[in-house]
Write a protein that binds this ligand. Structure first.
Ligand code: ADP
Ligand code: MG
Length: 300
C-alpha cells in the first residue's frame, strides 16, 4: 500500500500538559481515517502538527514517500481545521477565484467542486447569505481546488443541524469513493462508524486502538449465567478457550466470548458437564459501550 502519512512517536507538551503522547500511526492511500476521541484528547493538536501549524515536542512525521519536504507535501494536502472564513460580501465563485490565486492553481475546477458539494446553484450568492452547513461545504470545495491527495477535516459536522450533518457526511463519502484519502477528527463514534474505514482512538493524547473500524466493532458478545455453584461454573468456563474475561457480580456470571458461540451450544456443553443453568442470556455490547470501555479502561 502507498503511504500518505507516517507519524512516529509524536509527543506535544504545552507546559506541564502532554496533549499528544508517543503517538504512532500511518495513513495509506485510498482509505478514510478517523481520529476519534473525547474533547481534549489531542486530535486537533495532532492535525496541527502534521500540517505545520503546531510545533512538536518530540517524535516525527513524514509525508508520502518520506523524501518530500513538509512544505512541498502540503501543496498536495487539502485541510480544513478552522471554521470556514471567506469574504462575506463576495460570492462563492469570487471567493474561490481568490483562493485559486493564492494557491496558484487554475480556476478550471471551481464549477466542478461547487457541483460536488451541492453549491453550484448558489454559486453567485454572497458568502454572508450562506447557512453554516453551506459555509462548511464551500470550505470543502475550496480545499479540493488543487485536487489534493488527502483531505483533512477537523470536526467537520460540529454545530450543524441534522440535515447539514448528513450532507457533509455524504460529500465526504463521495470524495473518498473518487479515490481521495481522507483524515477526519471527530468526537462522535457514530460519525466515525458511518464515514470511516479506519480509526485511531485517542484518550488524553494516547492511542488506545488503531485499525479497521470493523475490527473495533468485532465483538462476539457475552453470556450472562446463573447456577447454584458459581465457582464451579466459572472454573469450567475458564478451561474453555472460547472465553476471555469471566466475572461474577451480584450472583450473576458474565463470560465474554473470544469467538462465535451460540447459546444452544453453550447450554449443551455445560449440561454435559453436569451443570443445569437457572439463567442463560446472550448479549452483545453496543458500539457505544465498546467505545466507552476503550476510553475509560485506562486510568492515570
Ligand atoms: P481535541 O482536538 O481532541 O479536542 P486538542 O488537541 O485541541 O484536543 O487539545 C488537547 C489538549 O491540549 C487539551 O487539554 C487542550 O486544552 C490542550 N491544548 C491545546 N492547544 C493548546 C495551547 N495552544 N496551549 C495550551 N494547551 C493547549
Ligand atoms: Mg479539536
Amino acid at each position: 500500500m502507498e503511504k500518505i502519512l507516517t507519524v512516529n512517536k509524536l509527543t506535544k507538551k504545552f507546559g506541564y500538559l502532554t496533549a499528544v503522547k508517543d503517538l504512532s500511526f500511518s495513513i495509506e492511500k485510498g482509505n478514510v481515517y478517523g481520529i476519534l476521541g473525547p474533547n481534549g484528547s489531542g486530535k486537533s493538536t495532532t492535525l496541527g502538527i502534521v500540517l505545520n501549524v503546531v510545533n512538536r515536542t518530540s517524535g516525527d512525521f513524514s509525508w508520502f514517500d518520506g523524501n518530500t519536504s513538509t512544505h512541498e507535501a502540503l501543496k498536495k494536502v487539502g485541510a480544513i481545521i478552522e471554521r470556514p472564513n471567506f469574504y462575506p460580501y463576495m460570492t462563492a465563485v469570487q471567493n474561490l477565484k481568490l483562493v485559486c490565486k493564492i494557491k496558484e492553481v487554475s480556476e478550471d475546477k471551481i464549477e466542478e467542486k461547487l457541483e460536488l458539494v451541492g453549491l453550484l446553484d448558489r454559486k453567485n450568492s454572497k458568502f454572508r447569505t450562506y447557512s453554516l452547513g453551506m459555509k462548511q461545504r464551500l470550505a470543502i470545495a475550496s480545499a479540493l481546488l488543487n485536487d489534493p491527495e488527502i483531505l483533512i477535516l477537523d470536526e467537520p459536522t460540529n454545530g450543524l443541524d441534522p440535515q447539514g450533518i448528513h450532507q457533509i457526511r455524504e460529500i465526504i463519502k463521495k470524495i473518498a469513493s473518487e479515490g481521495t484519502t481522507i483524515l477526519l477528527a471527530s468526537h462522535l463514534l457514530d460519525e466515525v462508524e458511518k464515514v470511516c474505514s479506519h480509526v485511531v482512538i485517542l484518550r488524553k493524547g494516547e492511542k488506545l486502538y488503531s485499525g479497521r473500524v470493523d475490527g473495533m466493532l468485532a465483538s462476539y458478545g457475552f453470556f450472562e449465567l446463573k447456577f447454584n455453584d458459581m465457582d464451579k461454573l466459572k472454573s469450567i468456563l475458564e478451561d474453555n478457550s472460547s472465553f476471555g474475561e469471566i466475572k461474577i457480580d451480584n450472583g450473576l456470571l458474565t463470560a465474554f466470548l473470544k469467538e462465535e458461540m451460540n447459546a444452544e451450544v453453550l447450554n449443551r456443553f455445560l449440561f454435559e458437564k453436569g451443570i443445569v443453568l437457572s439463567h442463560l442470556v446472550k448479549r452483545k455490547e453496543s458500539l457505544e459501550e465498546q467505545f466507552l470501555t476503550l476510553t475509560k479502561s485506562q486510568t492515570n
